[in-house]
Design a protein around this ligand. Structure first.
Ligand SMILES: NC(=O)c1ccc[n+]([C@@H]2O[C@H](COP(=O)([O-])OP(=O)(O)OC[C@H]3O[C@@H](n4cnc5c(N)ncnc54)[C@H](OP(=O)(O)O)[C@@H]3O)[C@@H](O)[C@H]2O)c1
Length: 291
């Protein structure tokens, strides 16, 4: 049995779709708060409605599991949690429970740039979770993805319908390496079945684009609209002031400032070369997803 923690999220849904496609039994853990659960009553998966804030929920979730994919997050708009409470503390709680019942391998979804002294809290929390996993008694694979491509496309496109605008954070000129959901899910699935990926920290990107390039692609795809830019000084204010009324927008502003510094681009070519059969799911597929 494989446990997919955060199996209702953007990435988690894709991972579970892939697992269901190969007939692999799995269990989803989530609270059922930010997204609905997939249709129930199908034999190949179980649903465990629980929270990473509870040690006993974590213990129930891992019972009978050999492998775990950690794809939960407190970064997003609707989670009500924080990177500290979910990405770090929730992950640590889950790891303790998993180790206790003898889970043999855990795949941790992390982010490029994770470091103890990273400028974004999210990256510091991810690094703490990575370190705990590396020093656990379990086998592990850590996937450091770039910023999620679909999440950025969605946030930037959000005012397109109502205002005919696409948001660009900052100058929009710096290169950023993004990872599409399908790409990250494909590697997570591979990590479950390929022992060669055990004990590896893999930096996995789908494509490098500036935010201006993403905005142009969204506008071309929609066939209408214009850019609405949030200047860097406004981002600085937003990253602090928005914490009180929209923690998600404060986190997005902090991420945009990090991108503006040029630190969010990397070259995934070497890692991709070692896994040539995983196709790149890039911008075109993310803008026009197949049903
Ligand atoms: N998005 C990015 O740019 C990015 C970049 C690098 C790494 N990652 C990592 O990739 C993974 C997937 O990200 P995503 O964008 O797919 O996340 P997402 O769409 O925001 O989904 C988050 C998932 O976590 C669950 N969750 C949140 N709080 C929980 C709690 N207290 N207990 C149990 N489940 C909880 C949510 O379900 P409920 O709310 O229903 O509980 C949901 O299933 C995460 O580990 C994330 O940190 C994401």
């Amino acid at each position: 049995m494989i446990l997919v923690v955060g199996g209702t999220g953007r990435l988690g849904v894709r991972v579970t779709r892939d697992l269901a496609g190969i007939g692999q039994p799995f269990r989803i853990m989530a609270r059922g708060r930010s997204q609905p659960f997939l249709e129930q009553g199908r034999s190949e998966f179980e649903v465990f409605r629980g929270t990473l804030s509870s040690a006993s929920d974590c213990q129930h979730a891992v019972e009978g599991c050999e492998q775990v994919i950690f794809a939960a997050s407190g970064f997003g708009l609707k989670t009500g949690g924080t990177p500290r409470s979910v990405d770090r503390d929730g992950a640590l709680r889950l790891m303790e429970a998993a180790e206790h019942v003898g889970v043999r391998h855990m795949v941790m979804m992390s982010m490029y740039g994770a470091a103890a002294d990273a400028p974004m809290e999210f990256l510091r929390m991810k690094y703490a979770a990575e370190e705990a996993l590396r020093s656990s008694g379990m086998g592990w694979t850590i996937i450091r993805m770039g910023a999620n491509l679909e999440q950025f496309l969605a946030v930037m496109s959000q005012p397109l319908e109502t205002q005919g605008k696409v948001i660009v954070f900052g100058s929009g000129g710096m290169p950023v390496t993004f990872t599409s959901t399908a790409d990250a899910a494909a590697l997570a699935g591979r990590a479950l079945s390929d022992p060669v990926l055990g004990g590896q920290t893999i930096e996995w990107g789908s494509g490098t684009y500036s935010l201006n390039e993403l905005a142009s692609a969204i506008l071309a795809n929609a066939g209408r609209g214009a850019i609405k830019r949030i200047p860097v000084p406004a981002l600085r204010i937003m990253s602090v002031a928005a914490r009180a009324f929209s923690p998600f927008m404060a986190r997005m502003a902090a991420a945009a400032l990090w991108m503006e510094s040029g630190a969010a681009a990397f070259d995934p070519a070497l890692q991709r070369k070692s896994l040539p059969d995983i196709p790149v799911f890039g911008l075109e597929e993310s803008l026009n997803p197949s049903p």
